[in-house]
Structure formats: structure tokens, C-alpha cells
Design a protein around this ligand. Structure first.
Ligand SMILES: [Fe+2]
Ligand SMILES: [Fe+2]
Length: 347
């Protein structure tokens, strides 16, 4: 298992592990309330539109990411005591291996992509994102250790061969997964099956994912606007390829075996299918997707509306909602017809 990547990018003097394990600045002296508020609210002081491709938009994206940073420390998180039932519920969620490994991969892919970028602002933002992914991994690792969740051995984290592709996969995955995670998190909070302290601990992590996908959406807009026009068709083809890959990946369950030969099955699509683990009452699809949309809206609402927002998951969600509602209406109508028919025949 290799947890630290020591490769030095050609011509550069920092390793990828340097990027995801060091921040360029010192922690600030702000109070916790201030930090929490500022991580959720940010507007550029620049007047006028923030057009992707412009210097103002690019600077605003990087400033947003830097200035909304939350300096919480995984090492001082107090993990609450859990009753046996809650502990069992947490330990048996089929997500821990994949969650730890996803963060491990994300930090490396983001560090590798940051290293490819010449623009200092974009490079700074994506390097910080890599650092935050490493911190997520640390939070998860500490939690898993504290509660004794059995994990499969982590694979070696390899530097991606196709850095842009890997960054796109990670970015689009985060956009998709976060959208559903926002809803599941709110569902868990309402249901009260998990202790409030645990929910509170993960709240900044959730908001951090919102910032990550905000950065990704704005990076994507910047990248599209600044790339030479002849590169654009190939890039868009790759984006489509990434989306197909994500659908395929989410349709498969991943099985692996730990050193004791115990099988670990991981649900790649837990953010969509996991609603039932978050609450003890029946969750309706429409209700859940509407909750995801509301939560998505709420989490983004404090950031400058001139910045781009991730579009794919909310768009797919609205489309699915419309489809399901229409289908239910048609089915409802057919049901009434049937009923009337039966009622008439019986008279
Ligand atoms: Fe993460
Ligand atoms: Fe992230």
C-alpha cells in the first residue's frame, strides 16, 4: 500500500504529495462562527458580469476557493460515543472502502492536474482542492479507525496516465455524488438516526464538496473558454466519454477481499441508492429528489450568482422528476378508468 506519492513532475520541484499535504498559507485566527459563515458566503467585489474566459472570472474563482477555506483539523474532531445499534448502522454502510479510496485517488488526480496548469490562480485553486481531498481522507480514516470499521486494504494510489481524463472523471463524479449526498445528508439529519454531533462533524465536509464542485464548474467554463477552438471538439468528446464511464461505473458493484478473505462489496452508486439507510421511514423517489434539489439550491445560495453552477445533476434530476410525475399521473388516470370500468360492470 503506498499512501504517499513521491513523484516529482518533470521540471517542477514539488512532489504531488507536497501539493496535497501542504497549504501555502498559515491557519487564520478567525472564530469558528466566522469561518463557518465565510465558507458558505462569498461574492466578488468586482462589478459587472464575470464572463468565463475573462481575467475577472478566473480571479474570482480562485479567490472564492481560497477565501471560503475552512481550517478545521481532523486530528481534533471529537468522535461521539454511539449506542450499539447506531454503531452497527454506521459500520455496515457499504461505503467506507470506496469513500476512503475515492478521496485517496481524488487528492492525487487533483495534484497531478494542478501540476499541469501554467496559470498560477487556477493552479493554486486546484492544489488547494487536492489538499482538501487529502484532509477528507484523514477525517474518514480517523473516523473509521475510531469506530472500528473493517476496511479492505487500500490499493496503491497510482499517478494517472491521462491526467486531464482523470481530473474530469473526479470532477464530474463529485458533481453527481454531491448532489445526491446533499439530499441524503438532510434526510439523515431529519430522521435523527445518527447523533447530532456526528452530523455536525460532517456538515463542513458537505459544504466543502459544494465548494469543490463550484470550483470544478468554473474551471470547466474557464477551460472551455480559453482553449484553442480546434481543441474544443476533442475535449467535448472526452466529456461525453467521461459521462458514459460514470454511468457504467455507477451501475456496477465493486467487490474486493481483505487479508482475512472476507468479501467487501462497495456500492458505487450509494449516493443514489442509499436513502433507505439514512432513515427508518419509507422514502419516496419524488420526495428525495425534490429534497436534493432544495438542498443543492440552499448550499449554493451564498456564493456569487455570477459564478457558474454545476448543471448536470440538477438537470437530470428535474428531468427524472418530470418523467416520474407524468408516469404516475398517467398510471393514476388508467387506474381510475379501470376502477370506473369495474364499478360499472358490477352495477
Ligand atoms: Fe472529498
Ligand atoms: Fe471534493
Amino acid at each position: 500500500m503506498s499512501d504517499v506519492n513521491t513523484t516529482t513532475a518533470p521540471g517542477k520541484n514539488r512532489t504531488l504529495a507536497d501539493i496535497y499535504s501542504h497549504l501555502p498559507d498559515k491557519p487564520s485566527e478567525r472564530t469558528l462562527e466566522q469561518v463557518d459563515y465565510e465558507s458558505r458566503h462569498w461574492s466578488s467585489p468586482v462589478k459587472g458580469p464575470l464572463k468565463p474566459g475573462s481575467e475577472e472570472h478566473k480571479k474570482a474563482t480562485a479567490d472564492m476557493f481560497r477565501e471560503t477555506f475552512n481550517p478545521y483539523k481532523p486530528s481534533v474532531i471529537p468522535w461521539p460515543d454511539l449506542d450499539p445499534e447506531t454503531l452497527h448502522r454506521i459500520v455496515s454502510l457499504p461505503i467506507w472502502d470506496i469513500a476512503v479510496q475515492t478521496e485517496g485517488k481524488a487528492r492525487l488526480r487533483m495534484a497531478a492536474y494542478a501540476e499541469m496548469i501554467d496559470d498560477p490562480d487556477v493552479r493554486d485553486a486546484i492544489s488547494r482542492n487536492a489538499w482538501e481531498e487529502n484532509r477528507h481522507k484523514e477525517v474518514l480514516s480517523r473516523m473509521v479507525e475510531h469506530y472500528g470499521v473493517p476496511l479492505a486494504p487500500e490499493p496503491a494510489y497510482k499517478e494517472p496516465r491521462d491526467t486531464e481524463w482523470a481530473y474530469l472523471v473526479t470532477g464530474f463524479s463529485e458533481c453527481w455524488d454531491s448532489f445526491f449526498a446533499f439530499g441524503l445528508f438532510a434526510l439523515a439529519e431529519k430522521a435523527g438516526l445518527f447523533p447530532a454531533e456526528l452530523i455536525e462533524t460532517f456538515e463542513p465536509v458537505m459544504q466543502e464538496e459544494c465548494r469543490h464542485i463550484l470550483l470544478f464548474a468554473n474551471w470547466l467554463a474557464w477551460h472551455r473558454a480559453t482553449m484553442p477552438f480546434w481543441k474544443r471538439p476533442w475535449f467535448e468528446l472526452r466529456v461525453v466519454g467521461v459521462l458514459f464511464f460514470l454511468v457504467y461505473e455507477r451501475m456496477s458493484l465493486v467487490s474486493s477481499f481483505d487479508d482475512k478473505g472476507v468479501e467487501h462489496t462497495q456500492d458505487n452508486n450509494f449516493t443514489v441508492t442509499g436513502a433507505q439507510s439514512m432513515t427508518d421511514r419509507q422514502v419516496d423517489f419524488v420526495e428525495l429528489v425534490e429534497l436534493c434539489l432544495r438542498e443543492n439550491e440552499r448550499r449554493f445560495s451564498g456564493y456569487d450568482p455570477r459564478l457558474q453552477r454545476p448543471q448536470m445533476a440538477p438537470f437530470a434530476a428535474r428531468l427524472a422528476l418530470r418523467g416520474v410525475k407524468l408516469w404516475r399521473r398517467l398510471r393514476g388516470t388508467a387506474y381510475h378508468h379501470d376502477h370506473d370500468g369495474v364499478a360499472q360492470a358490477a352495477e
